[in-house]
Design a protein around this ligand. Structure first.
Ligand SMILES: Nc1ncnc2c1ncn2[C@@H]1O[C@H](COP(=O)(O)OP(=O)(O)OP(=O)(O)O)[C@@H](O)[C@H]1O
Length: 302
């Protein structure tokens, strides 16, 4: 695969700015989910417009997985509402979500490592030719289509016959993104796509996130990395203990403020104070309470 612009910093260059967001494809209104007595998510408002990257950030246990499970049809919300194209929905399965154009790409991708790239691209939706009962796999058309779709997303592989397991983690994510786009996704949910990747591979994935947006998809980018989020994000939602702590457009928040929100503001200041008592720990680089208060103008949860 040729990886153009594979430096993470180039992600910033491909971020589209200044155009009006498309209509919301998916929308959560006061949505929440309880597992028995555990309230994993509560009162969350989130809009996923076409042609925009909506970043959902949060620490471990913040509720990110629960949120994507609701939007991708794995779990049903137990409070508030979930709308697709302005109509309230309740999905029974990921298949229902896919039928409405909502596709999720998970960290542990559902690919078969030993199968060629083109075969994985069409896994479960193989093209066939000829009449029943002599219908056969249309290998030529699958290869040609996979090649075209990958190229259209700027992904050039030397050999589509290579097993998908030989691709890097970033390349596999890209194939999964191109696949979702080909099969008609309008909303792409990416669950921590850069979590296990180095800087270079993360840059590649960020580039394809931007490419999906350029093709008019609404992208939900789940991450705990504010730097990655800020390179491509148009809107930022920070979850904390199951509620929306912050919801801000790109022009309403700086990277520094977003990072401070993710760091847990007051908690980090308390941690700094505590660590300052420990010999051998340098806390000079950590922001103090004063620096962490700089998010005025951002509407929490708005
Ligand atoms: N099936 C479940 N049954 C009971 N509690 C659950 C279930 N799934 C999640 N929770 C709880 O809901 C809360 C939110 O979890 P969730 O997995 O959505 O967070 P997360 O932000 O995705 O975290 P991580 O980054 O660690 O995956 C946690 O307190 C978790 O323990």
């Amino acid at each position: 695969m040729t990886e153009e612009g594979s430096d993470a910093t180039e992600g910033a260059a491909v971020r589209k700015a200044g155009t009006a967001p498309g209509p919301p494809v998916a929308e959560l209104r006061g949505a929440g989910k309880s597992y028995g007595t555990v309230r994993a998510l509560h009162g969350v408002d989130l809009t996923v417009p076409a042609g925009r990257v909506t970043c959902v950030l949060g620490d471990n246990g913040a509720g990110k997985s629960t949120l994507i499970k609701i939007v991708s049809g794995l779990h049903r919300h137990t409070e508030g509402s979930f709308l697709v194209d302005g109509t309230p929905v309740r999905f029974d399965s990921p298949r229902d979500a896919l039928d409405r154009g909502i596709a999720a790409v998970y960290q542990d991708l559902a690919t078969v490592p030993l199968m060629p790239v083109w075969r994985n691209f069409f896994l479960g939706s193989e093209l066939t030719r000829g009449p029943w009962p002599v219908r056969r796999l249309d290998i030529a058309r699958m290869k040609e289509t996979a090649d075209r779709e990958l190229r259209d997303m700027g992904i050039v592989l030397d050999d589509l016959e290579q097993p998908v397991g030989t691709l890097s983690g970033g390349q596999r994510q890209c194939v999964a993104i191109a696949r979702a786009v080909h099969f008609g996704a309008r909303v792409l949910i990416l669950d921590e796509p850069t979590a296990a990747l180095g800087v270079r591979q993360s840059g590649v994935v960020l580039k394809y996130i931007a490419a999906a947006r350029e093709r008019g998809l609404g992208v939900v980018f789940i991450t705990h990395n504010p730097h990655h989020a800020y390179m491509v994000g148009d809107h930022f939602a920070v979850l904390r203990l199951g509620t929306l702590e912050l919801s801000a457009g790109r022009d309403e928040i700086t990277l520094e403020e977003l990072t401070n929100h993710m760091a847990g503001g007051a908690e980090l200041a308390a941690l700094k104070h505590e660590l300052a008592q420990v010999r051998g720990v340098d806390v000079h680089g950590l922001p103090g309470a004063a620096e962490l208060g700089g998010t005025a103008g951002v509407t929490p949860g708005g």
